[in-house]
Write a protein that binds this ligand. Sequence first.
Ligand code: ATP
Ligand code: PRP
Length: 217
Amino acid sequence: MLTLAVSKGRIYDETVPLLKALGLEPAVCPDKSRKLILPTLNPDFQLLVIRATDVPTYVEYGAADMGIAGKDVLEEYEATGLYEPLDLGIACCRLMTAARVGAPDPLSGGRPRVATKYVKTAHRYFARHGIQAEIIKLYGSMELAPLVGLADCIVDVVDTGNTLKANGLEARDLIMQVSSRLVVNKAAMKMKHTAISRFITAISQTVASHAGRSIQP
Ligand code: ATP
Ligand code: PRP
């Protein structure tokens, strides 16, 4: 049995077409069921449906053989017990600083207060620029913090920029490009080498053909 940990929402939605192409389509839809372990059309392959930030934990401890997680989540988790063999090119966005329109740039000096759920990544980023930021940990709706005086700026993912715009904020500095990666538990890679290698080869071919399809006229 191979187990793949994925999060509900955009990563699940963008992963299912890749799994379908491999005959590994989930037999149950997570939105219609309270089940957290989802069987697939292949009796030897199952999904765990968990929070996005928990995916590296399940994989590092071997509770899942493999997982799919955003590069933002992997950077923040600082995993050492994981292989990251494949960029799946899904759930693409950018990790950025953002501030109120017209406010000073977060990198312009002083000791900015930064609201984010990416505490370690933000700390590392500002330290790299010689700025000792005060990081305030939030769990969501980061865009609110500068509007109510909780923070000078935020570090969060940006895709269309609509959320920033709707809240009078603007993106400032790019911290990193983000996409979702396949991660694999190191022990499972040894113990289930044949099955996992076969899965990685198959899904990388599917990713390549999906990418090819999206650039067709
Ligand atoms: P958790 O539930 O653990 O707090 P989350 O709410 O961030 O996680 P999602 O919103 O489903 O979970 O995001 C999962 C991943 O998708 C993120 O880690 C990031 O890599 C990517 N992502 C987040 N927001 C966007 C977006 N607006 N557009 C594209 N990709 C995104
Ligand atoms: C994410 C992120 C931003 C938004 C950016 O939130 O936290 O708020 O997407 O996307 P945009 O640039 O296209 O507006 P999400 O939609 O995942 O909601 P969340 O607060 O549940 O994480």
